[in-house]
Design a protein around this ligand. Structure first.
Ligand SMILES: [Zn+2]
Length: 132
């Protein structure tokens, strides 16, 4: 599907900047990235975008459900083009995330949800370190 149509279908006006980002992110491959990673790829593709604009676009993409933001232990936000519910392995040394399919994890016990709240999703992160 044309990325302009993908943006429109998600309720986003297909601005030049959003199309540049959609062309990089919405190519069918699942990946994890930071805004800085993306800004780098934008400049490799021959375009220029300020980090504030990149963040702004990513926020819009996230709110439109085109990408997800992964819970992260660092100050840097990590985004995910796999917007289906899933979990992650985290390589503690490199920060690399690897997807885990939802049905690979079976949660047998969860605490009672505090009053006034509902469970809006459980993200499991299995931290990896070298066994040596
Ligand atoms: Zn993921």
């Amino acid at each position: 599907m044309d990325n302009k149509i993908k943006l429109r279908n998600a309720g986003l006006r297909p601005t030049k900047q959003r199309i540049i980002i959609a062309d990089i992110l919405l190519n069918g491959f699942n990946r994890h990235f930071t805004a800085e990673n993306l800004q780098n790829e934008i400049s490799i593709s021959g375009n220029k975008m300020s980090i504030a604009t990149v963040y702004n676009c990513l926020k819009k993409f996230k709110n439109a459900g085109l990408i997800k933001q992964v819970e992260s232990y660092t100050d840097t936000a990590i985004f995910d083009t796999n917007n289906v519910s899933h979990h992650h392995f985290l390589n503690e040394e490199t920060g690399e995330l690897i997807d885990i399919d939802n049905n690979e994890i079976n949660l047998i016990k969860l605490p009672d949800i505090p009053k006034g709240f509902i469970n809006s999703g459980v993200d499991v992160i299995i931290k990896l370190k070298k066994n040596n």
